[in-house]
Design a binder for this molecule. Sequence first.
Ligand SMILES: Nc1ncnc2c1ncn2[C@@H]1O[C@H](COP(=O)(O)OP(=O)(O)OP(=O)(O)O)[C@@H](O)[C@H]1O
Ligand SMILES: [Mg+2]
Length: 145
Amino acid sequence: MKRDLGEEAVRKHYNISGTDFSVAGEASSDFKTLLKKLGIKPDIVRKVAIAMYEAEINTVVHGRGGECDAEVLDNCVKIVFTDHGPGIANVELAMQEGYSTASETIRELGFGAGMGLPNIKKYTDSMKIDTEVGKGTTVTLTVNL
Ligand SMILES: Nc1ncnc2c1ncn2[C@@H]1O[C@H](COP(=O)(O)OP(=O)(O)OP(=O)(O)O)[C@@H](O)[C@H]1O
Ligand SMILES: [Mg+2]
């Protein structure tokens, strides 16, 4: 399907702050607006928005900030979050509902239910976590069009 915005409009790069919590969620919000403008189906937009928001918040609160590349391809929406935070020691454990290492401060902000990663899994067609303790984490997710 031909999209009416030019090539450049379907690929976005975001810097994700690890210190300014007041802008957490802005990348997901911006990309959601773009997907709507492109005429992507509402159920797809919703899935992407939920999964992207959770990954973005994790990059802020756990990953100490990082970067995000989001693009609309022919068959899917692909989003990659990269951070140079502490990494995840046990991915299988982190994927479990309710598991969270969020500090008291982060919980006071309303995060830390341990539902972000399970929800990313639920709302995407593929999800990959590449992580190394002490080096950082890359989360790649796709939602099929
Ligand atoms: N980018 C990341 N860097 C380091 N650790 C991470 C990262 N993303 C997730 N984690 C670890 O995985 C755990 C589970 O993440 P998940 O998003 O499911 O829950 P949460 O962020 O703690 O709470 P919620 O998402 O419900 O607010 C986190 O508590 C954290 O220990
Ligand atoms: Mg989370």
